[in-house]
Design a protein around this ligand. Structure first.
Ligand code: 5CA
Length: 439
């Protein structure tokens, strides 16, 4: 993409409306623009990152055995009357009336809808177990939308729902999602700590929140210092019931709890190893048994011919919130530092002298070669000062920068810079292409 033809409205100064660093940087780097309280337009650069995050979430859901579908944002009030949650949900639910005076709502979550879809299709034990998920916009009329996409009113969520024949099966589904979440966040460079958590309006008694530590986070959290190691990716067999349970057991042996679920005895046992911090909740998983399946009359025929009401759980990831969490975890005073896995482009190609024929020819050539090598590249071909170009590239945080200037070019070299470490090397254009395309 040529920057001269792109749509990237960056800001030099921090906007007054933003309090935390990720919100400031998302506005300054031209990722989002607020359209109403807690409602954002995703600009082209932000859209690219959102799609990358979404794709990692999707791949890890698929790997864990979940199946993707897509449910609508608008739902009928009658569906929610079946579970009894229509009145219980309160003012957080955006209620809408259509032209026929039918009561509708903008979905804050999808337990009711997916349960109805499953109920109408599932007949016997052969239709279980299943985990269905979608990645769809939600609306919650939060009292205090704030911190940009961190606490929005309209936000993108991945929500999965499991259906099992019995409690042991439901536990296995829960474990699938638990491990899938650890891998999902690790691929984004995040250490997310699974913490015992409250279930709120979703219900149930087994629940974990996945929390990324950040001083600006909204949750108060308490954990054993063992959690302070970097995240690791695990290669697992999701069909191995005992193996998966052992992994989850390993991950839950060290104390970690949100404010509402603090355990005095466990904290006393952790003693000097207890840590307190703040964190951002990027995921939340729930096991709630028959709460929705019983209320909504889901029944399948069991292997012995008897009727079975499925056991259920639901599993959410804050896809749009993750963008804020990643920036909170990865930035410096110049701007964002994207992990390679979610970067909007891998390389920023800077032509220092757009008015110099040799620089232009060499930059155009590099641009073509990078594209041919399948590298996502943003080419700053604008007629601007070098300083302004560097500042923009550092602000938007692409993992690599390749700088083409007249002096280097006279000696057949360009500068290759790694944004995260500021490490710079002088290399031939060919070597620069090889280096950034190496996986
Ligand atoms: N139905 C369940 C699981 S699918 C559910 O809705 N869980 S939730 O309420 O915990 O939301 C799931 C995730 O969505 C949260 O962990 C959080 O990362 C994200 N989320 C929730 N509210 C907001 C919000 N107002 N803005 C941005 N992200 C949010």
């Amino acid at each position: 993409m040529r920057l001269s033809r792109y749509f990237l409205p960056v800001m030099k100064e921090s906007p007054a409306e933003a309090q935390i660093v990720s919100h400031k940087l998302m506005l300054r780097a031209g990722l989002v623009r607020q359209q109403a309280a807690g409602i954002y337009a995703w600009l082209p650069l932000g859209t690219r990152v959102l799609k990358k995050i979404e794709q990692i979430v999707r791949e890890e859901q698929d790997r864990a055995g979940a199946i993707e579908l897509l449910m609508p944002t608008l739902q009928s009030a009658d569906l929610w009357r079946e579970s009894g949650r229509y009145d219980a949900y309160g003012p957080e639910m955006l209620r809408i009336t259509d032209r026929h005076d039918r009561e509708m709502l903008y979905g804050p979550t999808n337990e009711e809808m997916v349960t109805a879809i499953f109920r109408d299709a599932a007949r016997s034990y052969r239709d279980l177990p299943r985990i269905l998920y979608h990645i769809q916009w939600k609306f919650r009329d939060e009292t205090r939308p704030r911190f940009g996409v961190m606490r929005g009113r309209e936000f993108l969520m991945k929500d999965a729902y499991s259906f099992d024949l019995d409690e042991a099966g439901a536990r296995h589904s829960y474990n699938r999602m638990f491990v899938a979440y650890l891998n999902t966040f690790a691929r984004m460079g995040l250490r997310a700590i699974p913490m015992q958590a409250d279930t709120g309006p979703i219900g149930g008694d087994l629940s974990h929140e996945f929390i990324v530590l950040a001083p600006t986070g909204e949750s108060d959290v308490f954990y054993h210092k063992n959690w302070e190691q970097p995240a690791e990716l695990r290669s697992v067999d999701f069909e191995d019931v005992a193996g998966l349970q052992a992994i989850v057991g390993g991950y839950t042996k060290d104390y970690a709890a949100t404010d509402e679920k603090r355990d005095e005895a466990a904290e006393a046992a952790a003693s000097d190893d207890l840590r307190q911090s703040r964190g951002v909740e990027v995921g939340h998983i729930f096991y709630f048994g028959k709460k929705y399946s019983a209320a909504m009359g889901v029944k399948v025929q069991g292997p012995d011919g008897s009727e079975v009401v499925p056991e259920m759980g639901s599993y959410g990831i804050g896809v749009s919130r993750l963008m804020g969490a990643i920036i909170e975890a990865s930035h410096d005073d110049k701007g964002i530092i994207w992990p390679d896995s979610v970067a909007p482009f891998q390389v920023g190609l800077i032509n220092m002298r757009a008015d110099d024929a040799a620089c232009k020819a060499a930059s155009d050539d590099l641009y073509a070669k990078l594209q041919a090598a399948g590298v996502e590249v943003l080419y700053d071909d604008r007629d601007e000062r070098g300083g302004a170009k560097f500042a923009t590239m550092d602000l938007i945080g692409l993992p690599w920068q390749i700088v083409v200037g007249p002096k280097g070019l006279a000696n057949g070299i360009v500068e290759l810079k790694r944004r995260a470490t500021d490490e710079r090397v002088e290399v031939s254009p060919e070597d620069a292409v090889a280096k950034v395309s190496a996986k």
